[in-house]
Write a protein that binds this ligand. Structure first.
Ligand code: 5GP
Length: 198
């Protein structure tokens, strides 16, 4: 049985990575990991589905107990991927998707060097700013902080396997799907080659 592939999707808020992941999951059999976070729940989010919301104390306990595959502080909050389920799905042959920021992505890359890292970029800083303002979820100060952080995140994009520019959502989703198909095909080819009798 062939192992599943571990995919990582990063990109600052406003790049559309969440929507892209949702679209992918409509047509692919993949396990989307549910992260733990200490940030507050936003409107429209569901505990146990969007995130597992928890306290600083509990999160720090999980780190101490080795329950986190990776974690990072983003703003003033913890975000992390629980180790449980990830290896289980991969060894059963199911592909796994982590939607995480670059500090965490680099930690996962060390543990799973064969993980496939994808980064979603906006077409420009100006467009990213426009999307954040239009969303109307944050104050001007918070948007400024988001953009500053976004610049740092962009600087990490060269460490990823594949970079996508989300100028048009439909087109970007198609490109990501094509990339996943190509990756699956080439991994199957390698697997067949390794199993070939000679
Ligand atoms: P938000 O608060 O907007 O939901 O997420 C903030 C950032 O944290 C996003 O870039 C998101 O991808 C990232 N993030 C979400 N879950 C995790 C996680 O488990 N680990 C890490 N390292 N980052 C995460």
């Amino acid at each position: 049985m062939m192992r599943g592939t571990l995919y990582i999707m990063s990109g600052p808020s406003g790049t559309g990575k969440g929507t892209i992941c949702t679209e992918l999951l409509k047509t692919r059999n993949m396990y989307l990991s549910v992260s733990s976070t200490t940030r507050e729940m936003r409107d429209g989010e569901t505990d146990g589905v969007t995130y597992n919301y928890t306290t600083d104390e509990h999160f720090e306990d999980m780190i101490k107990n080795g329950e986190m595959l990776e974690y990072a502080k983003y703003g003033s909050h913890y975000y992390g991927t629980p180790r449980k389920h990830i290896e289980e799905h991969l060894s059963k042959g199911t592909d796994v998707m982590l939607e995480i920021e670059p500090q965490g992505a680099m930690q996962v890359k060390k543990i799973y060097p064969d993980a496939v890292l994808m980064f979603i970029l906006p077409p420009s800083m100006r467009e990213l700013r426009r999307r954040l303002v239009e969303r109307g979820r944050e104050t001007d100060e918070q948007i400024k902080a988001r953009l500053k952080n976004a610049r740092w995140e962009f600087s990490q994009a060269p460490y990823y396997n594949k970079i996508f520019v989300n100028d048009n959502l439909g087109m970007c989703v198609r490109e990501v799907k094509m990339f996943l198909d190509e990756t699956a095909q080439s991994r199957r080819f390698v697997e067949d080659l390794l199993n070939e009798k000679y």
